[in-house]
Write a protein that binds this ligand. Structure first.
Ligand SMILES: Nc1nc2c(c(=O)[nH]1)N[C@H]1C(S)=C(S)[C@@H](COP(=O)(O)OP(=O)(O)OC[C@H]3O[C@@H](n4cnc5c(=O)[nH]c(N)nc54)[C@H](O)[C@@H]3O)O[C@H]1N2
Ligand SMILES: Nc1nc2c(c(=O)[nH]1)N[C@H]1C(S)=C(S)[C@@H](COP(=O)(O)OP(=O)(O)OC[C@H]3O[C@@H](n4cnc5c(=O)[nH]c(N)nc54)[C@H](O)[C@@H]3O)O[C@H]1N2
Ligand code: SF4
Ligand SMILES: [Mo]
Length: 687
């Protein structure tokens, strides 16, 4: 039997069909408009049955005994124990001493809302996501500029500018659109320090020095303004602060920045001209801009390019989404304003959006280790593997060791799970029904359906949260017995039900698509215009115009110690077989650990006497790891790219042992996990 659902094996949220026989998942296939031979294959989805039926899945709740050994317990025992701890810490240290930390895996739609609801009603402001390093910081930059995060309309664009995104490995549906668009003659510009497939096939590839995107974007702004390539009518009517922007851009001409960012000024100017003169043009911005000390302002500049060229909210440009009118079920009103969250230093970021809430996960480590602004005693870590994925893992490990009580909700025994007092086995994305963020952000809304029953004794995340809620006295807040009841309640204002969604697996469009919506309603910013100049930021002591007062010093961590750490380490080489630390234990995907490598330019390899397959050590002031070298010309000389996600199965390959968590972006709190100075040395030959 074929069943429709959404895959959540990674955050791309692809609509798929699942073949199910006798209650067993047989295979799963991505829905694509392209003929089969042109479709891109997702290896993770292809291996869905190996993942779902992996013998390593957690089967029952586990409790750690005094000797540090886990023993199986019943769900009632586990949930009672956790509820008892919630109430104990609330009574003895205040509800805020309990924190719920969310990784990326169980989605940011309803599952995030449920947890916020539980914690808000319980009285703790500390529901923390990982969005300061992924997407949400960028979303804030978009929102400050024009009121929402735009979506590139790749298929109808004449020019696609890809800025720090590698969809060939991370989002096959988007990559298919890009390839189709090029086929139809669109111009392709790629900004990436690494020679990706798309970079190699671009009309212009700007091989930027890592972490210097703000300089490049400002140089393009300068070129577009000084050569009058901008859309004067749009700028005149719909933007604020143009003169100040022109003034700020004065110090960032292509000639002035080229040396610092490793690019030829002629190429920067040509990229600006091509982008500005090929409307409609869209910009596909990605995680290459995230996890940088300068994420916020660099992204603002990229957003400004969209508006300068009049590409906002037009077909083939960057679309302002039309979100589904769901009910806000987070119960923010129940929380006392008197208790500051641990992310209190990032007030603007905490509040820029109705649903995103708090995302500076580094504050969790400060609160545990430094007890500032107050100590945290208990953490529930759900759908994440923070001990491996947060910056400076040696410090993260210390913090987790110090906790009085740790609960982990996961499918597998991760490094984080091993540190837990109680582990709850979660059901996979194929075993649960939920409302997905991707489809709440913009119509059409689609539903993620359970296509098989929860395996062994695992439970879906929603059920775990509802049952825990009721056990801590929140019966009224969690009256729902099924996922469907809760989803119907949340969707009520949109007039859509789960039943309707199941009848329309292609999705239900809440509103007709409308372009140039701002002409009727203005932009969702304080001025109703695109804010090159943000009064909101300025009145909060931040720069109203990006870089008006100069560029950030040392945008790469440890680059004040270049003499000892001469290489730029680039992290986040995402392989299409894995999602962060996930699936490396699945033999059909891991393929004997192939891909666990550090890429180094041939000229550097020669200088260090390194050949393919040699084991090398990589070191920063925070720590040291070991990996096999792959010598190629994908990275520029002076940089190395380190495979991401292997730290769970092998701590020697745990990239975040190298990263820093001291310096953070002042607005969105992100440390630089993406780019850091490091040194290398050869440990042993390949043989
Ligand atoms: N240096 C460096 N650091 C990085 C990155 C990088 O590129 N470089 N990337 C960053 C980014 S963008 C992100 S998003 C984070 C990711 O950080 P995490 O979210 O911590 O990453 P994962 O390793 O995907 O961990 C997800 C965990 O959830 C479990 N899981 C899967 N599905 C479910 C489910 O349905 N329910 C529950 N309860 N659990 C489930 C998985 O088994 C896995 O253990 O890492 C960030 N850290
Ligand atoms: N297979 C797979 N798919 C995934 C994930 C996964 O772990 N595995 N994770 C999911 C998640 S949570 C996320 S956030 C997305 C991320 O997906 P993407 O947004 O595609 O991000 P990345 O692949 O991390 O990096 C994108 C590109 O940025 C480049 N880059 C690195 N540093 C810089 C820089 O300083 N400037 C610029 N301009 N570019 C730079 C990298 O070389 C890379 O080619 O993928 C999602 N999809
Ligand atoms: S890219 Fe693959 S793993 Fe990610 S959601 Fe799509 S099908 Fe699933
Ligand atoms: Mo992410």
């Amino acid at each position: 039997m074929k069943k429709h659902t959404i895959c959540r094996l990674c955050s791309s949220c692809c609509p798929i069909t699942a073949d199910v026989e006798n209650g067993r998942l047989i295979s799963a296939h991505r829905i694509s408009a392209l003929p089969k031979e042109q479709q891109l294959i997702c290896p993770k989805l292809k291996a869905a049955t190996d993942i779902v039926y992996s013998p390593q899945r957690l089967s029952r709740p586990l409790l750690k005994d005094k000797n540090g050994r886990f023993r199986e317990i019943s769900w009632d025992e586990a949930l009672d124990k956790i509820a008892e701890r919630f109430l104990f810490f609330k009574n003895n240290h205040g509800a805020e001493s309990v924190c719920w930390l969310r990784g990326m895996a169980a989605d940011w739609g309803a599952p995030w809302d449920y947890v916020n609801r539980l914690m808000n009603a319980f009285g703790s402001p500390n529901t923390i996501g990982n969005g300061s390093v992924c997407h949400v910081g960028r979303e804030f930059a978009h929102t400050v500029t024009y009121g929402a995060m735009t979506m590139p309309l790749i298929s109808s664009a004449r020019c696609v500018l890809i800025w720090g995104k590698n969809d060939m490995n991370t989002n096959p549906a988007a990559a298919e659109n890009i390839l189709q668009s090029i086929e139809k003659g669109a111009v392709l510009i790629v900004v990436d320090p690494v020679k990706t497939f798309l970079a190699e096939n671009a009309d212009i590839w700007l091989q930027i020095k890592p972490a210097h995107d703000g300089l490049l974007a400002m140089a393009m702004i300068h070129e577009i303004i000084s050569k009058k390539y901008y859309n004067a009518a749009f700028v005149e009517k719909w933007t604020t602060g143009f003169d100040m922007l022109r003034q700020a851009a004065e110090s960032f001409s292509a000639e002035q920045v080229a040396g610092d960012i490793g690019l030829d000024p002629i190429m920067i100017k040509e990229a600006a001209r091509l982008y500005a003169s090929s409307a409609p043009a869209c910009i596909v911005d990605g995680n290459g801009l995230d996890m940088q000390l300068d994420t916020f302002d660099a992204t603002r500049c990229v957003c400004i390019l969209r508006a300068l060229t009049g590409n906002l909210d037009i077909k083939g440009g960057d679309f302002i989404p039309q979100p589904v009118r769901v009910r806000n079920i987070q119960l923010q009103g129940q929380l006392s304003e008197e208790i500051q969250p641990i992310t209190g230093d990032y007030q603007l970021f905490n509040k820029f959006h109705d649903n995103w809430g708090k995302h500076v996960q580094s504050c969790l480590i400060d609160a545990i280790l430094d007890e500032k602004p107050y100590p945290l005693k208990m953490v529930v870590s759900q759908a994440g593997n923070p001990v491996v994925t947060m910056m400076d893992s040696n410090r993260v490990e210390k913090a987790f060791e110090k906790l009085d009580f740790l609960v982990v909700i996961d499918l597998f025994m991760t490094r984080t799970a091993r540190m837990a007092d109680v582990i709850l086995p979660a059901s996979s994305c194929f075993e649960k029904t939920q409302l997905n963020r991707a489809f709440m952000r913009n119509s059409p809304v689609r539903i993620q359906n359970a296509v098989i029953e929860p395996l062994m004794e695992s439970r879906p995340d929603w059920m775990i949260v509802f049952e825990l809620g009721r056990r801590i006295g929140l019966d009224a807040e969690f009256p729902w017995q099924t996922a469907e009841e809760a989803i119907n309640y949340q969707l009520e204002p949109a007039g859509i039900t789960v039943e309707m969604l199941r009848k329309h697996p292609e999705g239900i469009r809440a509103d007709e698509i409308v372009f140039e919506k701002y002409k009727k309603n203005g932009f969702n910013t304080p001025s109703g215009k695109v804010e090159f100049y943000s009064g909101h930021l300025s009145s909060n002591g931040l720069s109203g115009i990006p870089y008006l007062h100069g560029y950030l010093q040392h945008p790469i961590s440890f680059d004040d110690r270049k003499d000892q750490y001469p290489f730029v380490g680039i992290s986040g080489a995402r392989d299409n077989r894995f999602t962060h630390t996930q699936f490396h234990q699945i033999p059909s995907l891991a393929k004997k650990n192939s891909g666990c490598v550090v890429e180094i330019h041939k000229s550097d390899a020669d200088a260090y006497g390194i050949v393919n397959g040699d084991t090398i050590s990589i070191e920063t002031p925070r720590g040291r790891i070991k990996m096999r070298a792959e010598v190629n010309e994908n990275v520029p000389p002076g940089a190395i790219r380190i495979a991401w996600g292997w730290g769970d199965i092998d701590p020697d390959c745990g990239l975040n042992r190298l990263t820093d968590d001291v310096r953070r972006n002042p607005v969105i709190g992100t440390p630089s996990g993406r780019s850091f100075m490091c040194r290398i040395s050869k440990i042993s030959d390949s043989s």
